[in-house]
Ligand binder design. Structure first.
Ligand SMILES: Cc1cc2nc3c(=O)[nH]c(=O)nc-3n(C[C@H](O)[C@H](O)[C@H](O)COP(=O)(O)O)c2cc1C
Length: 205
């Protein structure tokens, strides 16, 4: 049985291509494995920005936390529990101003938690969420996988770094890109993403 966690984060609602294809992957895996699917929609329910109560609370033993710290840490604990419980994580992200939506950034600010999702070993930082498969769907108006704009991809590369930092290093990436160049470009991007998703699901079966 495969337990799948789908995390979506685009603020573009029903128009979102990252949400569309991440959902397709997650539902495809669920259909094949028969296991449970948990959906965390960060756009519908945005995580709060992190606060002193969270930062100090997570460094304080549970019995000594103030009521405000308890509430702040609870939010992060819920996100981390979902990650820990999952065998497969499907993450959808739409590029906003060359990087992540603030919703997704806030989620990473909660789940990147010293001694819980990463630690420090003899050779430096060590991710603790190991043994999980990740499918990352990134959407962008421009083309960032190659060409002159590649150096300005602060989305996919950053996400791969953040995921790897907490131990999620087995990642298949699906890029939906170049959609800013008109209706034909949108059609082509959707067609090639459909094919990529189909190939990934065939491999996952
Ligand atoms: C507020 C906003 C900012 C955006 N910033 C960029 C950008 O910096 N670079 C880019 O290539 N596309 C940008 N786009 C286009 C989106 O990345 C594109 O529509 C993508 O498909 C969004 O992901 P989604 O389809 O999952 O919502 C932006 C779109 C919005 C709404």
């Amino acid at each position: 049985m495969t337990r799948t966690l789908l995390v979506t984060s685009s603020p573009r609602g029903a128009e979102s291509l990252s949400t569309r294809f991440a959902t397709e992957i997650a539902e495809g895996i669920r259909a094949r494995s028969g296991g449970p699917l948990t959906v965390r929609d960060l756009a519908a329910n945005p995580p709060p920005h992190i606060t002193p109560a969270y930062i100090q609370g997570r460094a304080t033993s549970p019995a000594e936390r103030t009521p405000e710290q308890v509430e702040a840490v609870k939010v992060a604990q819920a996100f981390v529990d979902e990650l820990k419980a999952a065998d497969v994580i499907v993450l959808g992200s739409g590029m906003i101003n060359f990087g992540l939506s603030s919703q997704l950034k806030a989620w990473f600010d909660h789940v990147t938690w010293p001694s819980v999702t990463f630690g420090y070993g003899d050779n430096g930082p060590k991710g603790l969420l190991t043994g999980k498969k990740v499918y990352l769907v990134t959407a962008a108006g421009g083309v960032f996988s190659q060409g002159p704009w590649a150096p300005f991809d602060f989305q996919t590369n950053y996400l791969l770094h953040l995921l790897g930092f907490i131990g999620l290093s087995d990642v298949d990436v699906v890029r939906v890109e170049g959609t800013v160049f008109g209706a034909d470009a949108v059609k082509a991007a959707i067609a090639s993403t459909e094919a990529a998703v189909g190939a990934l699901l065939a491999k996952a079966a």
